[in-house]
Design a protein around this ligand. Structure first.
Ligand code: OGA
Ligand code: MN
Length: 286
């Protein structure tokens, strides 16, 4: 196994010369340790099939969902590209920095994510380090954010960006993943990472309505915090080649996709690893 840290971002490691389908115990132990240390592991040109991708993800934890296409290519090969298309709305929503599933009662642990078809331009995935972001805040702001909690909701994030699905149920709910019908999930803005024991910001586009602030004040505060947190020096953008796979730590990193020409096909595969309810459950859920 060959291991090379990324140099500019403070997180992320490229691993080559490894067969993820047939890991030896000591290779797995090293991968798991590196994942906690580096938060993003990149495996170039490994071309994982569904079973191998899901089995690799299962080593980290239970699956929130098995390998699922994140794509503008429809079931019959048609390309979803019109702005009012619900598939397009989900993809465009991913252009905003976020942690996965913070709008669900148990936020995701991470994801194994791989590229099958990529456009020539755009469609990079970026990650931003919320541990480094917290460390970079001045002490006063660290203390302030450490005392705050916000709601997380996909209704909020998709609604704010104009990406709610076209079809709504009579009770106001939607039938798409993430629009779960319980109360919006309440989460502290700063969470101690269960493996590293370091504080990490948990923010992003799904966070809204900080307790004790008015809606406008909260939105302004979170917009500024998100912008600061995702400053370039704390990010890495991966320019995908077909067959690349990554695994990231959703408790430390936010991520986003960069815009691309939606008439060009892109098909990524996402296996979402479930968070541990003992550490990733929202405060208002039991
Ligand atoms: C996701 C996501 C970004 C991308 O699948 O959760 O945010 O690059 N994807 O497609
Ligand atoms: Mn995502």
């Amino acid at each position: 196994m060959h291991i090379q840290d990324l140099t500019d971002s403070g997180f992320g490691t490229v691993i080559t010369d490894v067969d993820l389908a047939e890991l030896r115990d000591e290779e797995w132990e090293q991968i798991y340790r590196l994942w906690n240390e580096r938060a993003l592991l990149i495996f170039p040109a490994v071309f994982l099939d569904k079973d191998v991708q899901d089995a690799f993800a299962r080593r980290f934890g239970n699956l929130e969902f098995p390998r699922t296409a994140i794509s503008n290519i429809g079931k019959n090969g048609e390309i979803h590209q019109e702005p009012e298309d619900d598939v397009v709305k989900v993809i465009r929503g991913n252009e905003g920095w976020h942690h996965d599933s913070t709008y669900m009662p148990v936020q995701a642990l991470g994801a194994v994510f791989s590229a099958e078809i990529v456009p020539d331009e755009g469609g990079l995935t970026g990650w931003a380090d919320m541990r480094a972001a917290f460390e970079s805040l001045d002490k006063e702001t660290q203390d302030k954010v450490s005392s705050l909690s916000a709601y997380h909701s996909y209704y909020y994030s998709q609604g704010r960006d104009g990406y709610l699905p076209s079809e709504q149920n009579a009770d106001g709910t939607y039938n798409a993943y993430g629009f779960h019908d319980g109360e919006a999930c309440l989460r502290p803005l700063v969470k101690i990472h269960p493996a590293t024991h370091k504080p990490n910001l948990i923010i992003g586009r799904h966070a809204h309505n900080i307790i004790g602030m008015g809606s406008d004040e909260s939105e302004e505060f979170l917009d500024a915090l998100n912008e600061f947190a995702c400053a370039e020096e704390r990010t890495y953008f991966h320019d995908w080649q077909e067959g690349d796979a990554v695994v990231w730590d959703n408790r430390r990193l936010m991520h986003r996709v960069t815009p691309y020409d939606m008439s060009k096909p892109r098909r990524m595969w996402h296996t979402r690893i479930a968070g541990d309810p003992s550490t990733e459950l929202a405060d208002n859920y039991t």
